[in-house]
Design a binder for this molecule. Sequence first.
Ligand SMILES: O=P(O)(O)O[C@H]1O[C@H](CO)[C@@H](O)[C@H]1O
Ligand SMILES: O=c1cc[nH]c(=O)[nH]1
Length: 326
Amino acid sequence: MHGSVDELGILMGQILFGVVQYSRIVLKNEPSFVRNPSLACMEEDVLYHIALGDKSHDLKEMFSDVKFVCFGGSPGRMQKFAFQLVDELKYKMTAGQTLCNVAGGSDRYVLYKVGPVISVSHGMGIPSLSILMHEILKLLHHAECSPSDVTFFRIGTSGGLGSLEPGTVVISEAAVDGILRPYMEVATLGMIIQHPALLNQELNAELMAVAGEAEIKAVCGKTMCTYDFYEGQARLDGAFCDYTPEDKMAFLKRAHSRRVANIEMESLCFAAMTHRAGIKSAVLCVTLLDRLKGDQICTPHDIMEEWQQRPQRIVIKYIRKQLGLE
Ligand SMILES: O=P(O)(O)O[C@H]1O[C@H](CO)[C@@H](O)[C@H]1O
Ligand SMILES: O=c1cc[nH]c(=O)[nH]1
């Protein structure tokens, strides 16, 4: 790309036009973990943040049987989830064997594999998830998994809106950004590219049915994904706050009137990147509080632990069904 303003203008026009086309082409295309011709020309692909690589590791041997990838923010939660999978999937380990963090060579994320399931932590916020998503998608590509056979889940926590009893699981029908737009914007080559943040309604219906069977209270609704926990989510308890309690309530009520059921910080990227790859995915987040009633999260730890398990229980039951274990 050359530097003149005119050339840049033409390029922007072409690319911006191309983006509109591009979104449509992606929808018609077969699912694909990667769409990047440069990858084939690289001598080695180093998945730096998960300390794996396509030359340093036999990714096909390690991961070709993966069918489900479960993401969640905290390393501890995803480690516990992995150990729970060992029990629930009746995963056989030889004497003295234990699960190991496959991404242990890096301390950015943890990644465990239990049979056909990956449990991986993504940290907080879109930038952290986005890095991991690129590397997980490339990992599955190098492992020669089939994109139409793999399902991604985000199992997390959120703030609820609109008289949802805390502890309710929200299954996201779509993700919207902090000003309620249904796409993730990525600044690319000096331009803003918009990627639609869509999720799979069929999968959502199956998950709602599974939640019903497990007697876990769950609802479907839009999820607002923000870039910040405090001002981005209209909290009054951040270090800075330039709005009134009335402004906060008016904003949250407006969001709720547009079908927003909960607020968290990764669903937009999760939905946009899985949709772009054509991979089936779902976001299930338990609500930790009703944001129309407050901002601070002060529920006792043991209750919170039990609530956090709820999205995990739904996903485990769904996976067990898919694997013919129930
Ligand atoms: O779902 P988990 O991982 O708990 O993440 C939620 O909690 C964090 C904020 O406390 C944000 O990352 C938000 O999305
Ligand atoms: O209110 C909340 C609770 C959890 N996570 C969020 O992002 N917001």
